[in-house]
Every structure is written in structure tokens, then in C-alpha cells.
Design a protein around this ligand. Structure first.
Ligand SMILES: [Zn+2]
Length: 80
């Protein structure tokens, strides 16, 4: 079965390049580079519908998620 694109709700109205976390510089020497951490979180947002098992053990398709952002407009996670 082909999965359709996920509908993504994001309260942040900022254009992608205006997110506060983008002002953090990439630090190649730093294994805990915040820029990379924030970028990874951004990249982890799913783009296609996905399935999960609900509380009753039934497989359901998640068609929409809502992004949760932190104070730097960074992606903390998402809910559905
Ligand atoms: Zn980095």
C-alpha cells in the first residue's frame, strides 16, 4: 500500500529559515553541537502517513501530526 503525504500542523508561522535555532552556528569540533541537534530534530519529522497499533491492538493509520516546538523554534516532538 502506498502511503500518502502526512498532514502536518505547525503553529510556527515563521518561514523555515527564520527559526531561532538556525542562528546557532555549526561547531565541527563539538560532538554536542546544538545546530546539529536541532537540525536532526527537524529532519526527524515524518513526511508520509504511518501506521501504529492503538490501545485495543488495532492497526491505525496516522494521517495528521502536530509539531511541538521549543523556545528556539526547535522540534521537541510531535503528537497525533
Ligand atoms: Zn553542527
Amino acid at each position: 500500500m502506498l502511503l500518502a503525504n502526512l498532514k502536518i500542523k505547525d503553529k510556527s508561522k515563521k518561514p523555515d529559515n527564520m527559526a531561532k535555532w538556525k542562528k546557532f552556528k555549526h561547531e565541527p569540533e563539538n560532538i554536542d553541537c546544538l545546530h546539529c541537534k536541532f537540525q536532526q530534530a527537524e529532519d526527524s519529522i515524518p513526511i508520509e502517513e504511518f501506521t501504529k497499533i492503538d490501545e485495543e491492538g488495532k492497526q491505525v493509520t496516522v494521517k495528521e501530526i502536530t509539531i511541538i516546538r521549543g523556545s528556539k523554534d526547535d522540534v521537541l516532538g510531535w503528537v497525533f
